[in-house]
Design a protein around this ligand. Structure first.
Ligand code: CTP
Length: 397
């Protein structure tokens, strides 16, 4: 699984840095291409010469060196994964708050790849409220944390805080890359963003959806090997490369595109905030201001999720979203049944950090077998991981 994988290893100032030598050796033995970045204090614990010899590449640690400076953006783009092991309490805090005072932090802050960390610290530091808080923050950014072990610590005490063993980290990486292929051969259809319903050539009825949740889902499915088609309403959000995008404006255009694309899909996720009503008549010319009040007659749009639920084949998995402000569970379950979905993702606008405009979301997933899966408030990328993970589990049932 690690053959030809590009692994960027970040090493910080912790006594566990001595384990990096074994870790890098195991990575190279498994066929990975390894590059190493150290914080200046990590060089007090293990020599760059040892690590450059083992990784067969120069080790970088100087933020202001002429040669290394331009590399930082390049390395975070080059890597399939950035693994920070050991992660010290100090670097954890910098990651949580975006400090950029060394090369490792500059690379971390500009990396576009998946980031995984293996913390290492003394038990009291590990249990400190600020450490717990910082871990939560970096997890919400979408970083993955490999849990610490319980055992003998540098202080001589025994407790939680030991870095995971290099073999355990290798197992995690193997599983990670294996899961990247877990949806290979699957075709996924996603609707996302708002729809705009024209009133006249200059005005429309729309909503606050940014499409961020659906784009995060598309990215996550794609990272697991699926072929992804995203039917996307008007948004300024960027879609990562590799995803087929069908841009639409209106609910009716989204409906037509979804009917067409659903035929080939194995999984369909309807995350778009589709207008429920559209103006019955679109004026050809700009409506001029005249009377004191103005009425637009709206007609119901066609429900895309409902229509796909009606034609769903046994091999197809259909997932809906349910955005609610009251009677959340009851309304979500009603949509799950009425629209014949297999799963429904509930967003309550009453939850802090959930809904339009936020970078975070809080969801509960219900399935049509009576299961309920609640999740904490997380970044939309981490929420996408939870949704895709639940879908994969369902495919394996
Ligand atoms: N949906 C759809 N087509 C529509 C309206 C909604 O496909 N014309 C989908 C949404 O993408 C979502 C689910 O149906 O997956 C539920 O959408 P939501 O707006 O929460 O509910 P509605 O069914 O529109 O009902 P209400 O607005 O009354 O809550």
């Amino acid at each position: 699984m690690l053959k030809r994988k590009k692994i960027l290893v970040g090493i910080t100032g912790s006594i566990a840095a001595y384990k990096s030598a074994v870790l890098i050796r195991l990575l190279c033995k498994a066929g990975a291409e390894v590059r190493v970045i150290m914080t200046p204090s990590a060089t007090d614990f293990i020599s760059p010469l040892t690590l450059s010899t083992l990784s067969k590449n120069p080790v970088l640690y100087n933020l202001f060196s002429e040669n290394d400076w331009a590399n930082h953006v390049m390395l975070g783009r080059w890597a399939d994964i950035m693994l920070i092991a050991p992660l010290s309490c100090n670097t954890l805090s910098k990651m949580a708050h975006g400090a950029c005072d060394n090369l490792l932090m500059a690379v971390y802050l500009s990396a576009t790849c998946k980031i995984v960390v293996a913390p290492a610290m003394d038990e009291d530091m590990w249990n400190h409220a600020s450490t717990k808080n910082n871990l939560k923050i970096i997890e919400a950014f979408g970083n993955h944390i490999i849990p610490v072990n319980n055992g003998e610590l540098a202080s001589g005490l025994t407790g939680d805080g030991r870095m995971a063993e290099p073999e355990e980290i290798i197992t995690w990486l193997n599983n990670h890359f294996e899961s990247r292929e877990s949806l290979k051969g699957k075709k996924v259809l996603i609707t996302a963003g708002p729809t705009y319903e024209a009133i006249d050539p200059v005005r429309f009825i729309g909503n606050h959806s940014s499409g961020k949740m659906g784009i995060a889902l598309a990215e996550n499915f794609y990272s697991k090997g699926a072929t992804v088609t995203l039917i996307l309403g008007p948004t300024s959000e960027k879609v990562p490369e590799g995803i087929k995008v069908i841009n639409i404006i209106t609910a009716s255009e989204m409906y037509d595109a979804a009917q067409q694309e659903f035929i080939e899909a194995d999984i369909a996720v309807m995350s778009a905030a589709v207008a429920d009503y559209a103006p019955l008549k679109v004026e050809d010319q700009k409506i001029k201001k005249s009377s004191e009040t103005f009425t637009v007659t709206l007609a119901k749009t066609k429900d895309i999720l409902l229509s796909l639920g009606e034609k769903k084949q046994p091999h197809q998995l259909l997932v809906g979203f349910s955005l609610e402000t009251h009677n959340e569970k009851e309304n979500a379950l009603k949509k799950l049944t009425e629209k014949n979905a297999d799963l429904i993702v509930l967003n309550s606008l009453n939850d802090e950090g959930a809904g339009f405009g936020y970078d975070t979301n809080k969801i509960t997933i219900f399935d049509n077998k009576g299961n309920e899966y609640p999740f904490d408030v997380k970044s939309k990328k981490a929420v996408a991981e939870d949704i895709v993970h639940t879908i994969i589990n369902r495919l394996h049932e």
